[in-house]
Write a protein that binds this ligand. Sequence first.
Ligand code: SAH
Length: 227
Amino acid sequence: MNMEARIRGIGMTSHRTRLRLIDRLRSSGIRDENVLQAMLDVPRHCFVDEALASRSYEDCALPIGEGQTISQPYVVALMSELVVNSGFLGAPVNKVLEIGTGSGYQAAVLAELVPEVYTLERIRSLSRKAIRAFGDLRIRNIKSRYADGFDGWSDQGPFDAIIVTAAMEEIPDTLLSQVRDGGVLIGPVGAQNIGQTLSVVRCFDEKPPQIRRVADVKFVPFLRGCG
Ligand code: SAH
């Protein structure tokens, strides 16, 4: 199958199958129409192995190799909704950093919604594959790097939002310091064995951060150093 046909999809990856996923996201409580449109437009099957393509519009996490997973579509939509609605006092959300590129799917969804997306991944093979997928899909507003996300991306910061797609036992101060005044860090916080809470941490220069807990989630661990 050529690239155009693969991206368009057939059968279990067709537009019709994707519409069913959007209905499901809507009934699960995703309300933002721009997010729903981005979830419809970004071909999730292009971010998983061809052998798993037929399952890519089920609302579940799937393996992407190296012991990692592409998040469940509902969680991607929920986190995207939190990002796009995170503007403080109506400020626009222009520049977002994702930690944990994985397949690249979450970054691709964000790239439909915000002008500038930066993403970091600690496993080289995953970082490479994601960059290839961005190229195949002609996504031009994502900058990717193979690096340890613990350090953030200081020369590009501060960011309006930082989204961490791996479970943090504690939120690194380095990341909080790269969130702009009034911006947010969004991600799962909690130990691996007990599950985590998707949290939104609003950061301020002059006062302590405010934490809002959104949902119980299960993510792969946030690990220090490159793999
Ligand atoms: N957002 C991804 C989900 C990836 S799973 C997607 O849409 O597919 C979490 C990813 O975080 C894994 O690929 C893992 O390797 C990566 N990760 C974990 N700790 C990291 C760190 N310190 N820096 C960068 N990436 C990290």
